[in-house]
Write a protein that binds this ligand. Structure first.
Ligand code: SF4
Length: 390
């Protein structure tokens, strides 16, 4: 059961900014409509542990929008001013900021202004859990105050999507919701149950298809390595099959990084879960791509946790090129694989081209010496570096 508690009569305390957004929303306006995660049970996730879920009152989110719009409008008007007019307007802006007394609104407006004001992300982990009429009211106010917005996106759980009819999703789309991000993570029922994802493969497929039927863009996540060493093959094959049935617009790959304090961290320490290393994950990625027939854009290059960013592209046109990028790494001698892993994980190299650059290689070798990386400890060191990114 999801916790969909409302925030009751708490007084308004200004614009809120939640902690998380997808990397593709880095330049978006963050609009917090809920706090934390209503499920909060996935074993690999530690983002919202020890926090309580709540839905913000709709009028509070509407007040956020109005304050941000006010601050944003004043920033825009500064653009055309020069000299003494601009100085006077800046002084006026300072007065406005102090009277508004809402740092979140000003911070949001500044961030959005400097990023082109094109997209909005509804926070936190599952904005779709709100009543459709409340979410629609928020989307409409956004459109009214920011007519130039091109994209409004949100995270959602598959189970939550299934609680809405196609008609409700269409109403949300018409009010302005353009993209939903769903953490499928795996298409394997065994892995989903083991990770307490709270959704089955069939539910993921039905939810994804419903989003598509409503005409909303869909981004589905796949976590490389989530099946552990024991269930790796089934995880890759079932996930590819689920994606093929959904045909999402985007498939985003994330490589598993086990956070020590998460329930999965306890499983690792107790020997119940063995995390695949980079080589096993690369093999899994190849298997996943080989079995994909979805016409999706596969994104492997938007997070440093992913080892092989060049395995990114449009399916099916780029399938062979992506497989070639994975197989290139798999065919390297072990020592070269280690050098590549250190380069990607410690220096953020962008792939094969960077790796083959002599000056970059020299920097990687220096890192290897300074951190004492050997064939025996490379897995442990890479896992530690990965944890630092989460
Ligand atoms: S639904 Fe998302 S945010 Fe919530 S516990 Fe699972 S992975 Fe974490």
């Amino acid at each position: 059961m999801e916790n969909n508690s409302n925030n009751g009569n708490n007084p308004y305390s200004g614009t809120e900014i939640g902690p998380i957004r997808p990397p593709s929303e880095a330049g978006s306006l963050m609009l917090r409509v809920t706090r934390n995660c209503p499920w909060n049970r996935c074993r690999f996730c530690n983002l919202y542990k020890n926090t309580k879920f709540s839905i913000r009152r709709t009028e509070h989110t509407l007040a956020d929008i109005d304050s941000i719009a006010e601050a944003h409008g004043r920033l825009i008007s500064l653009d055309s001013l020069r000299g003494s007019e601009r100085e006077a307007a800046l002084a006026d802006f300072d007065r406005f900021v102090s009277e508004l007394n809402d740092d979140g609104a000003v911070e949001s407006a500044l961030h959005w202004y400097s990023n082109g004001c094109r997209s909005v992300f509804l926070q936190d982990a599952n904005a779709l859990i709100m009543k459709t009429e409340d979410l629609t009211a928020i989307l409409r106010r956004l459109k009214e105050r920011f007519p130039s917005v091109e994209r409004v996106t949100s995270y959602a759980r598959s189970k939550t999507v299934l609680g809405k009819s196609v008609e409700e999703l269409v109403a949300l789309k018409e009010a302005g919701l353009s993209r939903i991000h769903i953490g499928m993570e795996s298409g394997s029922d065994h892995v989903l149950a083991q990770m307490e994802k709270g959704a089955t493969k069939a539910e993921h497929i039905a939810a994804g298809q419903r989003v598509k039927e409503a005409g909303i863009e869909l981004s589905e996540y796949y976590i490389l390595g989530l099946g552990g060493m024991e269930w790796q093959r089934g995880h890759a094959l079932e996930s590819a099959d689920a994606m093929n049935r959904i045909n999402p617009d985007f498939i985003r790959v994330r490589t598993l990084s086990v956070v020590g304090r998460s329930p999965l961290g306890e499983d690792v320490r107790a020997g119940r879960f063995v995390q695949p290393n980079d080589l096993r994950c690369a093999e899994e990625l190849a298997l996943f791509i080989e079995n994909l027939t979805a016409r999706s854009y596969l994104i492997n290059n938007d997070h440093i946790v992913n080892l092989l960013p060049e395995a990114t592209g449009q399916m099916p046109e780029d399938k062979e090129r992506m497989l070639e990028a994975v197989n290139w790494f798999l065919s390297l001698p072990t020592e070269e694989q280690t050098i590549y892993r250190v380069g990607r994980r410690m220096l953020g190299i962008g792939g094969r081209k960077d790796f083959e650059e002599p000056s970059v290689r020299a920097m990687i070798l220096d890192k290897i010496v300074r951190h004492g990386v050997t064939q025996d400890n490379v897995d442990e060191i890479m896992e530690r570096v990965l944890r630092g990114y989460i």
